[in-house]
Design a protein around this ligand. Structure first.
Ligand code: PEP
Ligand code: MG
Length: 325
């Protein structure tokens, strides 16, 4: 079927009952940028920015970052480009950042926690993103949110940054949409309140699985617990989708689970608006979306969320997958 999948990449993905779902790609290293083709997806659902910082011996300047974001926006030709602010720390060490060695890196000083603490570093990145926003459908996304205060503080810093640019007479995207990653159980449980403050959610399943199952995503010994079919994880994602819908907030998934073919029908039934993944999966996922009905999958979804055993979930979803693929 590989050839058939290829033909779907450039076409919109619409379910049999008429729901259109964006199938975006994740990007954020030199190779993925070089090979990026905007005609083979609906946009970029997750642009990881860590590589820019890792490729430098000191903090990248505003202009250096601006060049990267702008060239990505131009390559994307008006399609959505969701730029995630710096998500570094913990396991990723950068000498010039002088980060503390920690015994629990994934529970430590990382991502938005660093940005809210080192405000100048954060503002430099925000300036670059705001300026690049003029060149495409650019959106900002904050990672690792665990409470409303972090989000409000990040938005406050964004507003301060806009004021600075305005005062300096520099062109920028004034109405840039702001979203957050939902990748902690705390964000899941507060997603009704968080939804009032953003225009979109993107569920980071890689971290959400890790934090929900308390299983380090890098630790091989606990890989059997780190499972995207874990029912608590699936129920969490359902809750986030419901809270997003209630508030008219767009919701997507950008972790690896987004393109897991046994789970795609569930995501559609939950009502996701967008899925973001490695480019090699786009054709297959679009094909699947085009061959299933969201309404029909609702029954499967309800059944699955009421099961207790992960193996039962997998076998039920394997049957559904077989019929579609
Ligand atoms: C995630 O956590 O699912 C995610 C997409 O972010 P990252 O893998 O960069 O932590
Ligand atoms: Mg993450």
């Amino acid at each position: 079927k590989k050839k058939l999948f290829e033909t779907k990449k450039g076409l919109p993905a619409v379910t049999l009952d008429g729901k259109m779902i964006k199938v975006n790609v994740n990007s954020g290293d030199s190779d993925s940028i070089a090979s990026f083709r905007c005609d083979e997806c609906d946009g970029i659902g997750l642009f990881r920015t860590e590589f820019i910082y890792m490729d430098h011996k000191q903090y990248p300047t505003e202009d250096e970052q601006f060049e990267v974001y702008r060239s990505m926006a131009l390559k994307n030709q008006g399609k959505e480009l969701i730029i995630r602010t710096l998500d570094i720390g913990g396991d990723k060490q950068l000498e010039y950042m002088d980060l503390p060695k920690e015994s629990n890196p994934f529970l430590g000083y990382r991502a938005i926690r660093i940005c809210l603490d080192r405000v100048e570093v954060f503002k430099t990145q925000l300036r670059a993103i705001l300026r690049a926003g003029v060149f495409g459908d650019v959106k900002i996304m904050f990672p690792m949110i665990v409470n409303l205060e972090e989000l409000l503080r990040a938005k406050e810093i964004l507003e301060e940054t806009k004021k600075d640019l305005q005062a300096e007479g520099i062109d920028f995207k004034k109405d840039i949409p702001v979203g957050i990653m939902i990748e902690t159980p705390a964000a899941v449980m507060l997603s009704d309140k968080l939804a009032e403050e953003v225009s979109f959610f993107s569920i980071g399943s890689n971290d959400l699985i890790q934090y929900t199952t308390a299983a380090d995503r890098m630790n091989e010994r606990v890989q059997s617990l780190y499972d995207s079919f874990n029912i608590s994880v699936l129920r969490s994602i359902q809750l986030v989708c419901d809270n997003a819908k209630k508030n008219g907030v767009m919701v997507g998934i950008c972790g690896e689970a987004a393109s897991e073919s046994k789970l795609v029908p569930l995501w559609v039934a939950m009502g996701v608006d967008e899925l973001s993944m490695v480019p090699s999966q786009v054709g297959k996922v679009k094909y699947m979306i085009g061959n299933l009905s969201a309404a029909e999958m609702k029954k499967t979804l309800d059944d699955v969320l009421n099961l207790g055993r992960i193996e039962e979930v997998k076998s039920r979803l394997a049957d559904v997958e077989k019929k579609i693929l």
